[in-house]
Design a protein around this ligand. Structure first.
Ligand SMILES: [Zn+2]
Length: 437
């Protein structure tokens, strides 16, 4: 058992993940004509991931220079790239790769984590998993566009083109690391006049999650946009549970019902003071109509207020869920619902602000370039999350350097100066430089 676990954990090491990436990119169908190929698809895709992995737009240039001087380079040793492509060639090739063929890597990484038992720490409310959904824009322009672009026109007639995705991530209230699943593109397709939207993307996304994970017991966490009857019915069909935000403006009938019950004192209440002196107030009621439809869905409702030690209200929110609420689980349900901020904070803010340069213009391309770069970026983020969970040396580095940004600054400098045979040696070098003198 122990040997087996050691074996499956190996898949999560840098070398194990690289092998998965490598095998996947080698299996991609070549769309170019034989004879016109200068760089293998494998080398081009691995280079793209490496750029995102090191969060360094000039990675290829520097490693090419190293190759010229020393006949070796870090893209070769770390990512097994035989020939480093030029930047423009990399973009042209990546633009034409179907994004769906890159997306499947998320499932490979997820399964590796699952097999090595790392997901057990994410179990929530009797063997279930919280999967949070949130939309984000990753490209915007007034000039560049493609058929998949969403279009927004202001009152003056100025058009803005943009790309959005709906992201899903597995998370747990006390776990810092989030596990991204493959995102769903919110994009227009040929032949439809109506623009795609987050709600439609959410329906496609949950169907795909169910197809990829037929047995996983899932609770979907999302904002008020999704606490609508068609989406909840879809979740019922897929055997998923949910904790969804509800807002007064969007759910008038439901809120009226709750207020009436409150006046009749039919609402359950729990007040808890924590060790910091903060007061948590929970109210809930089971069996509430979601809306005024004759065929409405009946849901369970809870509301939560947080007061700081001075009595000031610092947080307030309400959710609906299919899970029957009681005094024993109301706190967990609220913690699950509040988890949603993690996808904004830990995923999108990290991608945008912690050096991942997600909004940095890696290019829009003619077909799939911006989406594929977004996917490479998210895969790199996923790899870093896996190291935080499983790579002891990386964990030591994270501790030693304080911020993630600081650590990666050092890693970037190191690979510009020296060639490293593997990831472990690179980490050792930045962690204990004096041992290498
Ligand atoms: Zn576009």
């Amino acid at each position: 058992m122990l040997l087996w676990l050691m074996h499956v954990k190996k898949h999560l090491s840098f070398g194990g993940l690289r092998k998965m990436l490598s095998a996947h990119f080698l299996s991609l169908a070549e769309y170019r004509q034989y004879g016109k190929i200068t760089y293998r698809l494998h080398d081009v895709c691995m280079s793209g991931v490496a750029v995102m992995f090191f969060q360094d737009p000039s990675l290829l240039q520097f490693q090419m220079r190293m190759q010229e001087k020393l006949q070796r380079n870090n893209l070769q040793t770390l990512f097994q790239v035989e020939h480093i492509p030029q930047d423009t060639q990399m973009r042209e090739v990546i633009d034409r790769i179907e994004s769906e063929s890159v997306s499947t890597l998320f499932l490979d990484f997820f399964r590796a984590l699952q097999r090595a038992k790392y997901l057990q720490q994410y179990l929530f409310l009797d063997g279930q998993y919280l999967i949070s959904l949130d939309g984000s824009e990753y490209f915007s322009s007034e000039k560049l566009w493609c058929p998949g672009c969403l279009r927004k026109e202001d009152k003056k007639g100025n058009v803005r083109y943009h790309h959005e995705i709906l992201q899903a991530a597995l998370m747990h209230p006390i776990m810092r690391q989030v596990i991204p699943l493959a995102p769903e593109a919110i994009k227009n397709t040929d032949g439809t006049t109506k623009q795609d939207c987050e709600i439609n993307a959410a329906k496609r996304l949950v169907k795909r999650i169910r197809r990829d994970h037929p047995k996983l017991r899932i609770i979907i966490v999302a904002d008020s946009l999704h606490s609508k009857q068609p989406f909840i019915e879809e979740l019922h069909r897929l055997g998923m549970r949910y904790i969804l935000v509800v807002k007064e403006d969007d759910h008038k009938i439901l809120m009226e019902w709750v207020n009436e019950q409150r006046q009749l004192q039919e609402v359950c209440r729990l007040r808890v003071k924590d060790w910091k002196g903060r007061l948590h107030v929970y109210e809930w009621i089971n069996g509430v109509p979601l809306n005024g439809n004759q065929e409405t869905v009946w849901v369970n409702y809870c509301e939560y207020w947080l007061y700081d030690e001075t009595g000031k209200n610092t947080y307030h929110n309400s959710w609906v869920t299919g899970i029957p609420i009681g005094e024993d689980n109301v706190r967990e349900i609220v913690r699950g619902g509040r988890c949603k901020w993690k996808i904004e904070n830990e995923v999108f803010n990290t991608l945008k602000n912690q050096g991942y340069h997600i909004e940095h213009n890696y290019g829009h391309g003619k077909k799939n370039l911006s989406m594929n770069f977004f996917l490479f970026n998210l895969l790199a983020f996923f790899m870093h999350q896996i190291f935080e969970l499983s790579d002891g040396l990386y964990q030591q580095c994270r501790k030693a350097f304080g911020s993630k940004r600081n650590l990666w600054d050092h890693l970037r400098v190191a690979i510009r100066l020296l060639i490293f045979p593997d990831w472990q040696v690179l980490l050792m070098r930045v962690l204990r430089p004096s041992e290498f003198l």
